[in-house]
Design a protein. Structure first.
Length: 249
């Protein structure tokens, strides 16, 4: 572990050693990317803006906190690292004023396993830090599944439907269209990751929100997301989640 102090903070914080922090002295404009795996963290480390973008790599899937004992939550290594990095406490000790980043961005692979990890993380925030969601600080990154190249022309596609649409109308370049499928974030080089997922000017984020008018439905949805079928989790996260709002930010 390492000790650091933000100039804007009023107390010293002990941060997890695997946190790659940003250099900005205040919270404004800063982002913490919660990254799936060390390999993806390597590409993200090269792609990030050192001043405003921090990284916290996760090893494997975090604890499913739904129904877990508080003692088990408190001793889980990944949750402990995440809580320390955010600096705002957990549960009844949560204080939004101590949050160290303006945006908290979940960045996982664009597949079923990645969706499961995202669901586990969203469940953690929903049950342990709901005010962080209410304040608009939690986001999902949208990494592409495909890269299409035709001559000097290159486009990225989030899913098969977008890929097929581009293949039908063409890219406007010369020669054959080359289609590459990303197996995961770790397979993307820093240039691809920056352009598609980390650069605020070109990326797409999904902001996680809670429906204030129907909180019971949100709770029910979390239960469904954490069910036994990963395909259903993936479907709801990508298309049907009532508590997400798509933004270009």
């Amino acid at each position: 572990e390492k000790e650091t102090q933000r100039k804007s903070a009023t107390k010293r914080l002990r941060l997890p050693g695997k946190l790659v922090d940003c250099t900005a002295s205040s919270r404004e404009g800063t982002e913490l990317f919660i990254v799936e795996g060390d390999s993806a963290g390597g590409s993200a480390k090269m792609a990030r803006d050192r001043k405003t973008q921090a990284l916290l790599p996760l090893r494997g899937k975090i604890l499913n906190v739904l129904g877990a004992a508080s003692s088990k939550i408190g001793t889980n290594a990944e949750i402990s690292d995440l809580t320390q990095a955010l600096g705002c406490g957990i549960g009844t000790r949560f204080n939004i004023d101590d949050l160290r980043y303006e945006k908290v961005i979940i960045m996982t692979d664009a597949d079923v396993d990645g969706a499961h990890i995202a669901a586990l993380l969203m469940t953690f925030f929903f049950t342990q830090m709901p005010k962080l969601i209410d304040a608009g600080h939690l986001y999902l990154a949208c990494p592409p599944l495909f890269r299409l190249t035709q001559g000097a022309r290159r486009v990225y596609c989030l899913d098969e439907a977008e890929r097929d649409a581009w293949l039908e109308r063409g890219l406007g370049g010369k020669g054959k269209i080359d289609v590459s499928r990303f197996k995961g974030l770790g397979e993307m080089d820093a240039k691809d990751l920056k352009e598609t997922t980390m650069n605020p000017a070109t990326r797409k984020l999904i902001r996680v929100t809670i429906d204030e008018d129907e909180p019971g439905e949100t709770t029910d949805l979390v239960e469904r997301l954490m069910g036994k079928k990963p395909e259903k989790r993936f479907e709801y996260i990508q298309e049907n989640a009532r508590f997400v709002e798509e933004l270009d930010v």
